[in-house]
Design a protein around this ligand. Structure first.
Ligand SMILES: NC(=O)c1ccc[n+]([C@@H]2O[C@H](COP(=O)([O-])OP(=O)(O)OC[C@H]3O[C@@H](n4cnc5c(N)ncnc54)[C@H](O)[C@@H]3O)[C@@H](O)[C@H]2O)c1
Length: 372
């Protein structure tokens, strides 16, 4: 028998992209609490089958696996029909790859999301849905005045410095990936408005932690740690002063469970809402600062190579998570040093996880390509 879970629904939870980094962490949390999970994934990301094997070994038949594509509307509809909640994570996740093949990027992120939404809308008892969007929907934020100060960019405006970027920042889809995710983000919100579905959107910045398959294209914290562990040179595009707010995946899973409960309870401050989700100002770090911390954690300093800035890169992005905190009481708890320590332990295999070999990047991007 399946546990009711935070939403009080005994139906399984469907996770598209459930074999990926965030999906595997969410699936693990749910299955550990006795819930049944349908992992729906086409295994297109290099190395994710290891996450799947790990989930099955830990949870047996609480993890049901559907090797399928979100572009296959009929398969999506069959899986959605059985679900009490949908975490829609499956995506083409890298800006770099989206530049190489924007049509494919749109097919997966735009049309794939519309497939999932249509299945939810047409289900006999529509499940709730949480979609993972991105800070890239706010574009390059090039008009934000910044000054370089002690290893990082610092915004001039005190409210931005203290609180970060809020959801009322202007949408400015940048790059094919920004456009396809932004389009999906808007469809998800509109489906709450126009069809009365219980959906919400997380606009996430930089998530990191165990099970992350970081490459140069996406997942830069794990990518840095892997390269540093292997004694390999790390490429930085720009000057390394660019700032992101890092969020440990366990804190993200907490936030997702709170959102799921809010959707189940049809709370107006969750349904149809977009939330900026990241570590926020307390977990903001520049690339150079992060590399310092990694060096301290490993006891050795990686070699750095600098390249030119890339178009569209955000010099400063830190999430203002106040709206979500107000709606649910959530805040990030795991500090950067602890999170890094746990990531390093996972990548070294100290937590009984197999050492994950460095997965292949889909294109020859550099670090700035990875800072998404
Ligand atoms: N990790 C981050 O820092 C971050 C930041 C912002 C947004 N996001 C978003 O969060 C979600 C999860 O990201 P992640 O870091 O876990 O990525 P991931 O690449 O580890 O996981 C994505 C999963 O989706 C699967 N997938 C890809 N295309 C598919 C398709 N057509 N059909 C079915 N499955 C498919 C992949 O095989 C993979 O297992 C994505 O939507 C991503 O855009 C992540």
């Amino acid at each position: 028998m399946s546990a009711l879970g935070v939403a009080g629904d005994a139906r399984p939870v469907l996770i598209t992209g459930g074999a990926g980094f965030i999906g595997a962490n969410v699936a693990d949390r749910l299955a550990a609490a006795g819930e049944r999970v349908i992992v729906y994934d086409n295994l297109s990301r290099d190395g994710v089958s290891r996450n799947l094997a790990w989930l099955r070994a830990r949870h047996g038949d609480r993890i049901e696996v559907e090797i399928a594509d979100v572009r296959d509307g009929a398969r999506v509809a069959r899986a959605v029909e059985r679900a009490g909640h949908v975490f829609h994570f499956a995506a083409q996740v890298a800006v770099t790859t989206s530049l190489v093949d924007p049509l494919d990027d749109f097919d997966v992120n735009g049309r794939g999301t519309l497939n999932v939404l249509s299945a939810v809308r047409q289900a006999s008892d529509p499940p709730s849905l949480l979609f993972t969007s991105t800070n890239k929907v706010y574009g390059a934020l090039a008009d934000v005045p910044l000054e370089p100060r002690a290893g990082r960019y610092v915004p001039f405006k005190p409210d931005l410095r203290e609180d970060g970027v809020a959801e009322d920042a202007a949408l400015d889809f940048y790059s094919p990936y920004g456009c396809s995710k932004g389009c999906a983000d808007q469809y998800v919100l509109d489906h709450a408005r126009i069809y009365g579905l219980r959906t919400c959107v997380f606009r996430m910045s930089c998530i990191y932690g165990p099970r992350q398959l970081g490459t140069e294209d996406q997942g830069w914290v794990a990518h840095f740690v892997r390269r540093a562990l292997a004694g390999e040179t790390i490429s930085i595009y720009g000057n390394g002063l660019q700032v992101r707010d890092a969020l440990f995946v366990e804190d993200l899973v907490d936030a997702m469970q709170l959102a799921r409960r809010g959707l189940a309870q049809r709370r107006a401050n969750v349904v149809g809402q977009a939330f900026n989700i990241g570590g926020g100002p307390p977990h903001a770090v520049s690339l150079l600062e992060l590399l310092e911390r990694i060096a301290a954690a490993l006891g050795s300093r990686p070699e750095l190579k600098f390249g030119p800035w890339r178009p569209g890169d955000q010099r400063y992005y830190v999430s203002n998570t106040g709206k979500f905190r107000k709606a649910t009481g959530w805040s990030a708890r795991v500090g950067l040093d602890e999170g890094l320590e746990r990531l390093v332990a996972a990548l070294r295999g100290d937590e009984g996880l197999e050492q994950q070999a460095s997965p292949r990047a889909a294109s020859a991007g550099g670090l700035e390509a990875a800072v998404r």
